[in-house]
Ligand binder design. Structure first.
Ligand code: PMT
Length: 399
């Protein structure tokens, strides 16, 4: 594929050299474009040496006055990595004052952005509004990772690993449409169970696993309904998102959207207990110790298992020990077709992380271990196995 790789001016620009190397290895033809700010971080010579092509930089220093149009027409995919806050703002608003931004307006193919910036800049409402505009425009976003940032702060904002960006480019280059015509219902994120008007019980789920599943299903052609607890993630492209807060709200939305679903995946970390009678006013700190009497929340997965008709049901199991036994127990007791088990707690995987490592427990008795990979890659592997399982179950029923 003919890929345009635009490098923005941020400290992560050096990682784009590794991205170029991976893309060349995958057999893509890569043309690098750099902003003036990017040249402050990495010299164009680095990219020219890697690609064997002249790097495009200054709008007014190129051979033809309309070179940005010609370059836009010759290429099939535009990747912007790192996409800085400034670049995202310019693209969202259609400013065109350099080679990259004019090229962007002239380009009609798919666009993929990998943002990278300081955590406060990423979370600023202006950046989030620009992000929403770019998502709405149909661009693919490779979410920034969380961790220690060059500015000394921690949080989301770090450029996704070059391998993750390269995998997203691979998917854009070879789109699979094996979920076309299917409706997939997914739950994601935590639930929040109020204790009073200002406090709640919740958990560490970031929603990343569920959102990755939704993104994967939509990219493979499915109609996707995502019932999401409160998270800080951009809605994946082409996915209908219904926001909920409590387990009870999640249950109602799942049951409302269930008719017509072919595959149901419960990646949400639903609270198991809640306070049935929430006080109308903030609880005062009058006693030295208080006890909470909690009631169970509706078990949505179990209810889906009891209802099960034509849809394939996938549950998740987050366990701190005995993963396989617990996953098998959940599969049987909740009448699932597959349970995706992840060990949480001790490892850096599962909750909040960008990567995961899971074991799939199947109704057929099989187990399949999926080694550590990005949650997006794991999501694709889960759908591969869901489709295989459906074939196996149909074959067994037809016997
Ligand atoms: O969101 P991330 O930060 O990316 O983290 C991903 C994850 C760790 C949350 C995800 O991979 C995961 O494991 N989700 C399920 C977590 C969980 O609640 O596990 P559980 O073993 O408590 O629940 C088992 C299953 O029952 C789950 O499918 C859950 O959605 C479902 N359930 C649980 C309780 C309840 N009241 N209703 C339910 O439907």
């Amino acid at each position: 594929m003919k890929v345009l790789l635009a490098v923005g001016g941020g400290i992560a620009a050096y990682k784009s050299a590794e991205l170029v190397r991976l893309l060349m290895q995958q057999g893509h033809q890569v043309q690098v474009v750099m902003t003036r700010a990017a040249e402050e971080f990495v010299r164009p010579l680095t990219f020219a040496a890697l690609t064997g092509r002249k790097v495009l930089t200054n709008l007014f220093a190129i051979e033809s006055a309309i070179e940005h149009i010609a370059v836009a027409q010759e290429h099939e995919l535009l990747v912007i990595a790192p996409a800085t806050a400034d670049l995202m703002a310019k693209l969202a608003h259609g400013l065109a004052d350099d080679f990259l931004t004019t090229l962007y307006l002239a380009f009609t193919g798919p666009v993929l952005l990998a943002p990278a910036m300081n955590v406060n800049m990423w979370q600023h409402p202006a950046t989030q509004a620009n992000l929403a505009t770019l998502v709405k425009r149909g661009h693919t976003i490779v979410e920034p990772g969380s961790g220690y940032l060059a500015c000394g702060m921690s949080g989301p904002g770090r450029l996704a690993d070059p391998e993750i960006i390269a995998a997203a480019i691979e998917r854009a280059a070879h789109p699979r449409r094996d979920l076309e015509g299917e409706t997939v219902l997914i739950t994601a994120g935590p639930t929040q169970e109020p204790l009073d008007p200002v406090r709640y019980i919740s958990n560490r789920s970031s929603g990343k696993m569920g959102y990755a599943l939704a993104d994967a299903a939509a990219a493979r052609g499915a109609r996707v309904m995502l019932i999401s607890g409160p998270v800080h993630l951009a809605p994946p492209r082409g996915v209908e998102v219904v926001g909920v807060r409590t387990a009870a709200e999640m249950r109602d939305q799942v049951m409302q959207h269930l008719p017509g679903a072919d595959i149901v995946i419960k990646a949400a970390a639903v609270a198991d207990f809640h306070l049935s009678k929430v006080p109308d006013h903030k609880v005062k700190k009058t006693a030295a110790r208080i006890s909470l009497e909690l009631d169970p929340t509706p078990d949505i997965l179990a209810e889906l298992g009891r209802k099960k008709g034509d849809f394939l049901l996938v549950g998740f199991a987050a366990e701190t020990q005995n993963l396989q036994q617990e996953a098998r127990r959940k599969l049987e007791s909740k009448n699932c077709d597959m349970v995706v088990g992840n060990l949480v707690g001790a490892s850096d995987l599962g909750f909040e992380s960008d990567e995961n490592e899971v074991v799939l427990t199947l109704r057929t008795g099989e187990t399949i271990a999926l080694p550590r990979a990005s949650k997006r890659a794991i999501a694709d592997r889960i759908f591969d196995e869901v489709l295989n399982l459906r074939l196996a179950l149909h074959a067994a029923n037809g016997r």
